[in-house]
Design a protein around this ligand. Structure first.
Ligand SMILES: NC(=O)c1ccc[n+]([C@@H]2O[C@H](COP(=O)([O-])OP(=O)(O)OC[C@H]3O[C@@H](n4cnc5c(N)ncnc54)[C@H](O)[C@@H]3O)[C@@H](O)[C@H]2O)c1
Length: 281
């Protein structure tokens, strides 16, 4: 069955808002029994209530809590079919401006947290002989992202971990349990809402911002047709991979790229301002 899943339980981390909430709604629409989890348990509960799903408070840094949640899902109807590691944080600015606690938090949530989720899910999926882990990476996991170097490091780590673990599953002859990674461009979620004036976040605004619903639909298709790694939009994935292959060409373009991103931030700010006309109050 090659990792394909049909119904059963789906767990989404960081689902209290943003992309995670949209992914949970998409998986519910596709017939999964979804559990929305978030470090902010109230946000997860409110999001789950809007479409009658379950919720749980889960800090992905807590390995034992990830294991308990995966085991609980495995005991429910249909077993654990899908686990989406979506929780993430994005502190911005040159790496030398982050203190040690910030660097540690980024790695603990984005990389180690997703490893906790992946390994907790794999334990029950391998026992059941079925299941699919989806890891939300980023284009910053494929190429250098100035202003987001520490975040990018965590996402490169997550991609390497995911593909390496998938290779280990295949080498062990396991075909019905799989891992997919998605690397989206900038998405207009609360992660970026307060970053229109933040020069450190310019790299997230160099393309056309995606909606969380569009990324969620791509994840919905990915769940049913597993792929080791997909980028969204695909052409941006191709472009950044090319830049990554030729760093001596890419590095001198960094300033131009950030200028494009700053222009993207100003465009988005104008768009929002136009929506909030004085008549709106
Ligand atoms: N927004 C973008 O431009 C963009 C682009 C590419 C990839 N991504 C990735 O998509 C994922 C979702 O991001 P988003 O844009 O929806 O961000 P967001 O900030 O809107 O939502 C992230 C959610 O993760 C939760 N969270 C944070 N720390 C957690 C922890 N320790 N345990 C559990 N939950 C935790 C937050 O409470 C929040 O609800 C992240 O992995 C992010 O890196 C985002």
């Amino acid at each position: 069955m090659n990792g394909r899943t049909v119904g059963g339980q789906a767990v989404v981390t960081g689902a209290g808002r943003g992309l995670g909430r949209a992914v949970a709604a998409e998986l519910a629409r596709r017939g999964y029994s979804v559990c929305l989890t978030d470090v902010d348990g109230d946000a997860a509960r409110a999001a789950a209530e809007s479409f009658g799903a379950r919720s749980a408070a889960l800090d992905v840094r807590d390995e034992a809590a990830c294991v308990a949640l995966a085991e609980d899902a495995a005991r429910r109807d249909g077993g654990l079919a899908v686990w989406v590691n979506n929780a993430g944080i994005l502190p911005t600015g040159p790496a030398w401006t982050h203190d040690a606690a910030t660097r540690r938090a980024v790695m603990e949530v984005n990389a180690l947290g997703a490893m906790n989720g992946t390994l907790a899910a794999l334990a029950v999926m391998r026992a059941a002989g079925r299941g699919h882990v989806v890891n939300v990476v980023s284009l910053a996991g494929l190429v250098a992202a100035p202003g987001e170097a520490v975040y990018g490091a965590s996402k490169h780590a997550l991609l390497a971990f995911s593909l390496g673990t998938l290779a280990e599953l295949r080498a062990a002859g396991e075909r019905a349990v799989t891992i997919s990674c998605i690397c989206p461009d900038g998405i207009w979620t609360p992660m970026l809402h307060d970053k229109l004036d933040d020069a450190g976040a310019a790299a997230s605004f160099t393309g056309t911002l995606l909606t969380p619903e569009r990324v969620a639909r791509r994840i919905g298709r990915l769940v049913e047709h597993p792929r080791p790694v997909v980028a969204l939009p695909r052409w941006r994935g191709g472009l950044v991979r090319l830049l990554d292959a030729f760093p001596r060409v890419a590095m001198p373009l960094a300033g131009t790229m950030l200028s494009l991103g700053r222009a993207g931030q100003r465009r988005q700010a104008r768009r929002l301002a136009a929506r909030h006309t004085p008549a709106d109050g």
